[in-house]
Ligand binder design. Structure first.
Ligand SMILES: *Cc1c(COP(=O)(O)O)cnc(C)c1O
Length: 424
């Protein structure tokens, strides 16, 4: 154990962790490409991409150079009243990449805050038009962050957020509409509730932290139709799926052929280098804040919004998406996971094996024995972090065939060992 670890251990409060019983975290001393290097000399392939962020692998030289260069000129400056090149370039590039007229970028420092800003934008858009519509339609299985407003649009019955019931904003929570009958039923519900609603909040195509559940473009197209019919704003939280994870396009909204009114981005935005997030609004939403009245302005402004180092990293990350075949790599990972996770399907206790883009999931018939599965994967040189009833991987998009094979093999064999122990 290193000195810093021993001395700091009792002071660091870890995320989603029962500190009394949790196994001690692994000591990481450096990382390169797809690999984490531990203090004891071991190397692990990061099958999680540090919570879905390190799409280009760790320490990509192009991002590293960009951040170093920025550090030597301007690491940070407040965005209130002052401008800097990296934020302006990044905003223009995001506007160009996103479909439709999603072209007004509000920067923040984390995904949860980006969603808070999206919710505030939607609610105030209506206030500025003289209407009080403060609630949101959201979905079972959804996850949008850990702050109070974002918790309120997460699945209300699942784990960490159920504790705060009553203290949270009250939202309209429904199942995802998956077919025309669902769409019609939701339409009838909206007839009664739409006048209270500011908008609809959804993770497009994949609900991530709620359990890696997939849906079809139909769902998003139906929500666009319902939003238009009932005058609701459609918010796509692309913090997980945006920026290449799904392989077919940079953003889920493009894959679905749906133009949302507001999009949130974070996680992979800086390639896992620095914290940064963006809330991007369409022209109509932005113009709803233009007025002679000061109080019609969007009243939000995180201290570190548009941090110059973060924006430099994000610009370098977008360069890499343009110059290296990330989407093709995501598609190749997808095909490989589909083949190599398939053997898990027949194991007792496995209820589903599914793959969408560079996301591979083995779902069990019960809460996953997280410590046991994680330890079995670590023993095979793979870092994974199971949750709820799933063992999943979201590898860096630069992962080679050997890396992906090693991850898939570790997942299947960890689940096989568990299955044999539990069912024989
Ligand atoms: C991770 C995540 C968030 C929250 O982002 P943080 O940076 O952890 O606050 C919000 N929405 C989705 C879809 C996410 O995956």
């Amino acid at each position: 154990m290193t000195d810093w670890y021993e001395a700091g251990q009792r002071h660091v409060w870890l995320p989603y962790t029962q500190m009394q019983t949790a196994r001690a975290p692994l000591e990481v001393i450096s990382a390169t490409g797809t690999r984490l290097r531990l203090a004891d000399g071991r190397e692990l392939i990061d099958g999680v991409s540090s919570w879905w962020s390190t799409v280009h692998g760790y320490r990509h030289p192009h991002i590293e150079r960009a951040v170093k260069r920025q550090l030597e000129t301007l690491p940070h400056v407040m965005l209130g009243g002052l401008a800097h090149e990296q934020a302006y370039v990044l905003a223009r590039r995001l506007a160009e990449m996103l479909p439709g007229d999603l072209e007004h970028v509000f920067f923040s420092d984390s995904g949860s805050v980006a969603v808070e800003v999206a919710m505030k934008m939607a609610a105030q858009y209506w206030v500025n038009r003289g209407r009080r519509r403060m609630k949101f339609l959201c979905f079972r299985g959804g996850y949008h962050g850990d702050t109070f407003a974002t918790m309120s649009v997460c699945d209300p019955d699942e784990g960490m957020h159920s504790l705060f019931k009553g203290a949270l904003l009250e939202q309209l929570v429904v199942d995802l509409p998956r077919n025309p009958e669902d769409e019609a039923a939701l339409g009838r519900l909206l007839e009664r509730h739409a006048s209270d609603l500011a908008g609809i909040v959804i993770e497009p195509l994949v609900q991530g932290a709620g359990g890696m559940v997939f849906h079809d473009p139909f769902t998003l197209q139906a929500l666009r139709r319902l939003a238009d019919e009932h005058d609701l704003l459609l918010i796509f939280d692309e913090i997980f799926v945006g920026l290449g994870r799904l392989g077919d396009a940079m953003f889920a909204c493009e894959i679905a052929g749906v133009d949302p009114d507001i999009v949130t981005l974070s996680k992979a935005l800086t390639g896992g280098t620095l914290p940064l997030a963006a809330t991007v609004a369409s022209k109509r939403i932005y113009e709803g804040f233009l007025s002679d009245k000061a109080q019609s302005a969007l009243m939000h402004g995180p201290t570190y919004m548009g941090n110059a180092l973060g924006c430099a990293a994000a610009n370098a990350s977008l360069d890499l998406f343009a110059s290296e075949p990330r989407l093709a790599q995501a598609r190749a990972i997808s095909e490989q996971l589909l083949r190599q996770l398939a053997p898990a399907k027949s194991l007792p206790g496995v209820v589903d094996v599914r793959v969408r883009g560079a996301i591979g999931v083995i779902q069990l018939d019960r809460a996953a024995p997280a410590e046991e599965l994680s330890a079995a994967c670590i023993a095979q040189g793979i870092w994974l972090r199971p949750f709820r009833d799933i063992l999943y991987t979201t590898p860096p998009l630069v992962s080679g065939e050997d890396d992906v094979r090693a991850i898939a093999d570790a997942m299947v064999s960890a689940v096989r060992e568990w299955s044999i122990r539990s069912f024989s």
